[in-house]
Design a protein around this ligand. Structure first.
Ligand code: OSB
Ligand code: MG
Length: 369
């Protein structure tokens, strides 16, 4: 792969509905779009999933830009890249900053796939043609609104409902949802809103037949999660706490979880996501694909990674229309009867629409190779 230039764009998209989690409310989604252009003018695309504030993890849109500009892009400029699997070795000495690394690496995966006439799914080694899809529903202003939202998402076909919880919006809410929808696949995500002192409260969630409880404790904890997992039957799923295949190995050894949510950005890229997937597969720990309110471009990468065999639950890979009045790709991501058809065209399989991207771009910078 001979990269001619990398273009970073600060893009901002308005969400149709505000999305509230235990750490805050998002009304729009500013993010960095990465375009890696090769010498023949072919482009590989990806996005950084870092938010503007360091609330989900310590990264932000600006720290990602800084890392890419000052450290990561210069490392890519040093010499030609063979296979995208080689990329993470170039920045082995740079700690953390997973989302910044992932955005550049993922754009190279798309470019590599296109240059070799492969779908990203084929390049990754995935083999599913269709994926079951779930939806993540933020904290609502009232229980009535939550129940309505669940109802409309079930009508759209989503195969699993995830609701966000936090202290004061948890047991009673889950009980009411269960009463109204006794049979649905239901799970909760706390985004680290609890601590070990809340363990008795969390144990009550065991009564509602939840598919899993995602990240109840601190974003950097594995020990307290293992205490909880030993006391409940519902699987604990780790999200924020896992940044690598090594983290997964340790969490599994400690018994901190029975399921892991993989987000490509959180673990530093596609190559590391595959390694993490493989570690979990060997250990009998199923994984599934989380989401970060991505545009269609990030969503396309999520679809491709979800085709690996140990992705065993519907992902948070909802349709474009769940987030945006107009996405920046053609065709948009659609679901039918709760299923996404994996695209069959080269690379990410969706075409970025330059005009729509330009309309939403606040700032851009070109790095000539
Ligand atoms: O923890 O999975 C999460 C959104 C923002 C930040 C963190 C999370 C989420 C979601 C939404 O759950 C997933 C999506 O629909 O993209
Ligand atoms: Mg989560």
């Amino acid at each position: 792969m001979r990269i001619d230039r990398i273009i970073l764009r600060h893009v901002s998209m308005d969400l149709i509905h505000p999305f509230k989690t235990s750490f805050g409310t998002m009304r729009n989604k500013p993010f960095i779009l990465v375009e890696a252009v090769d010498r023949d003018g072919i482009s590989g695309w990806a996005e950084s999933v870092a938010f503007p504030e360091p609330s989900y993890n310590e990264e932000t849109l600006k720290t990602n830009w800084h890392l890419m500009e000052q450290f990561l892009i210069p490392l890519l400029q040093q010499s030609a890249i063979g296979h995208p699997n080689e990329i993470s070795a170039r920045w082995r000495h740079i700690r953390g900053n997973y989302m910044a690394k992932s955005a550049l690496e993922s754009a190279c995966w798309d470019l590599y796939s296109k240059l070799n006439g492969l779908t990203l799914t084929e390049a990754i080694g995935g083999n599913k043609r269709e994926l079951d899809v779930g939806v993540s529903i933020g904290i609502q202003a009232s229980l009535t609104e939550l129940l309505e939202k669940i109802e409309s998402n079930l009508a759209k076909g989503y195969k699993r409902i995830k609701i966000k919880i936090m202290p004061g919006w948890d047991i009673d809410i889950v009980e009411a949802v269960r009463l109204r929808f006794p049979q649905i696949a239901l799970m909760v995500d706390a985004n680290s809103a609890y601590s070990l002192g809340d363990i008795d409260r969390l144990k009550k969630l065991d009564e509602y037949g939840l598919t899993m409880i995602e990240q109840p404790f601190a974003y950097n904890d594995m020990v307290d999660h293992s205490v909880l997992q030993k006391q409940i039957a519902t699987p604990v799923c780790l999200d924020e706490s896992i940044h690598s295949s090594e983290d997964a190995r340790k969490a599994i050894e400690l018994g901190s979880c029975r399921i892991i949510n993989i987000k490509i950005g959180r673990v530093g890229g596609i190559a590391e996501s595959i390694r993490l997937h493989d570690v979990c597969h060997k250990a009998g720990i199923p994984v599934w694909c989380g989401g970060m309110l991505e545009s269609g471009i990030g969503r396309a990468h999520n679809i491709a990674i979800s085709t690996l065999p140990n992705f065993m639950f519907p992902g948070d890979t909802a349709a474009s229309s769940n987030y945006w009045s107009e996405d920046i790709i053609e065709p948009e991501v659609t679901i039918q009867d709760g299923v996404i058809r994996v695209p069959e065209r080269p690379g990410i399989g969706f075409e970025p629409v330059i005009r729509r991207i330009r309309d939403r771009t606040l700032y851009e910078q070109v790095f000539q190779f």
